[in-house]
Design a binder for this molecule. Structure first.
Ligand SMILES: Cc1cc2nc3c(=O)[nH]c(=O)nc-3n(C[C@H](O)[C@H](O)[C@H](O)COP(=O)(O)OP(=O)(O)OC[C@H]3O[C@@H](n4cnc5c(N)ncnc54)[C@H](O)[C@@H]3O)c2cc1C
Length: 387
């Protein structure tokens, strides 16, 4: 089969991280081809909860999340389309005094590192913000500039903006094998072999296998994260909500529907490329919602689904140059929180690939960090993971 070699960069994967990286690379003048096994935004990046959340991030991710959040607020200027971004604020609710103490400790820890975006608020302020909440709440953490957006629309916006800059997207094009050939990287697909000077692996839950082909073993595993969406109900909640003591991600859209999730684990079928809902686990999540909003007890669920997401063992992504080969890069393993990071990480990846040095340190996300941990307790980065 012919080799197709008119690109400077091959991006493997058309999720938000692949499309955002392609956009930022194309903005810098690189000729980019994106190879996508299914279709752009088919997996996590098109089916997630849309939470644009700096709240609750592990410490090493916070600089990236804050940078990315600025980009969310300027999305319309950047892409000509805002991805449906609504700066609703994000509120993490405490339901007991002990949980409120945990919130205070979390915010004090952040402040000791110079981060002031999370604020502890008392019960009265929580109820002023969200009067429909059950009265047993004790307070929470509030981040005013966070919000939510529409995942499929956002990822498509990055794709279209990248295309306007000349990037090519080939869907239905699974990369079976990656290999260096001379000074170039090749990607073997059913459409032929593509080659380029540089390659980015942004293949979500499927990235581990491609990294392995380059001789890099990463402890990454898939999970099927679930969401459900309800029938329409009169407006009762403005902020995007989470809870301190139990899993919850909750928001009401302008059309009245409510999306409920919170890293609810269903079933991931990597080989069949899809996720399955575990309805018994969804029931537990519905219980959390009716505890917090008793008036929703009789609200029907319209549909539920699961998306396949990549998790690493230290709950941090891999955003890194290869340690075994030149001109090979990775951006994957976003552990259920990569939507918010998409705009910023794409920019940092483009800087890493084109300049060799990103404008924010990516050291905590190096691909070889798992090797150095073997036999020792935990690295500084892992110790700093505080949710
Ligand atoms: C239900 C759910 C709710 C979530 N909620 C939130 C949230 O509220 N906020 C938040 O910040 N994050 C959230 N996330 C996480 C977020 O969606 C992901 O972290 C992010 O979308 C990951 O993007 P990605 O581009 O790395 O991966 P993906 O979106 O999985 O994209 C990877 C792409 O690579 C393609 N691919 C794989 N292998 C190959 C190959 N060999 N050749 C070619 N293409 C290949 C796949 O088909 C896929 O399209 C949620 C995730 C899920 C599933």
């Amino acid at each position: 089969m012919n080799e197709i070699s008119e690109a400077d960069v091959i991006v493997v994967g058309g999720g938000l991280h692949g499309t955002s990286s392609a956009f930022h690379l194309a903005m810098r003048g690189a000729r980019v081809v994106v190879l996508e096994a299914d279709y752009v935004a088919r997996h996590s990046s098109g089916v997630n909860a849309g939470g644009v959340r700096t709240l609750g991030r592990p410490l090493p991710e916070i600089p990236l999340a804050l940078m990315s959040r600025d980009m969310w607020h300027g999305m319309k200027e950047l892409l000509g389309e805002d991805g449906g971004f609504v700066p609703s604020g994000q509120l993490k609710i405490a339901e007991t005094e002990a949980e409120l103490d945990a919130c205070r400790e979390r915010v004090a820890l952040l402040e000791s590192h110079g981060f002031t975006h999370e604020k502890v608020i008392d019960r009265q302020t929580v109820l002023e913000l969200e009067p429909a909440l059950a009265k047993h709440v004790t307070g929470g953490i509030w981040v005013e500039r966070d919000g939510y957006a529409l995942p499929y629309r956002t990822t498509t916006a990055f794709r279209l903006a990248a295309q306007r800059l000349g990037a090519r997207f080939l869907e239905g094009t699974p990369v079976r094998r990656i290999e260096p050939r001379g000074a170039r990287w090749t990607a073997q697909t059913p459409r032929g072999t593509f080659s380029a000077e540089k390659m980015l692996i942004a293949s979500g839950a499927w990235s581990g296998e491609l990294a392995m082909q380059a001789g890099e073993s990463v402890p990454v595993h898939p999970e099927g994260l679930m969401l459900m969406v309800t029938h329409r109900v009169a407006p009762f909640c403005r902020a995007t909500l989470g809870a301190t003591g139990r899993p919850l991600s909750f928001k009401q859209f302008d059309n009245g529907t409510v999306v409920i999730g919170g890293k609810l684990i269903g079933i991931a079928e990597l080989a069949n490329r899809h996720g399955e809902v575990d309805f018994m686990r969804l029931v537990k999540s519905a219980q959390t919602v009716t505890d917090l909003f008793p008036h929703l007890r009789h609200l029907g669920v319209n549909r539920a689904w699961a998306g396949v997401e990549a998790f690493t063992e230290d709950e941090l992504p891999v955003i890194s140059a290869s340690r075994t080969a030149s001109n090979l890069y990775y951006s994957f393993g976003y552990c259920g929180s990569g939507f918010q990071l998409g705009p910023g990480c794409g920019k940092l990846v483009s800087e890493l690939m084109l300049d060799g040095a990103p404008s924010l340190s990516l050291d905590a996300f190096a691909i070889d960090r798992f090797d150095t941990r073997a036999g020792s307790s935990q690295s500084d980065a892992a110790t700093l993971v505080a949710h």
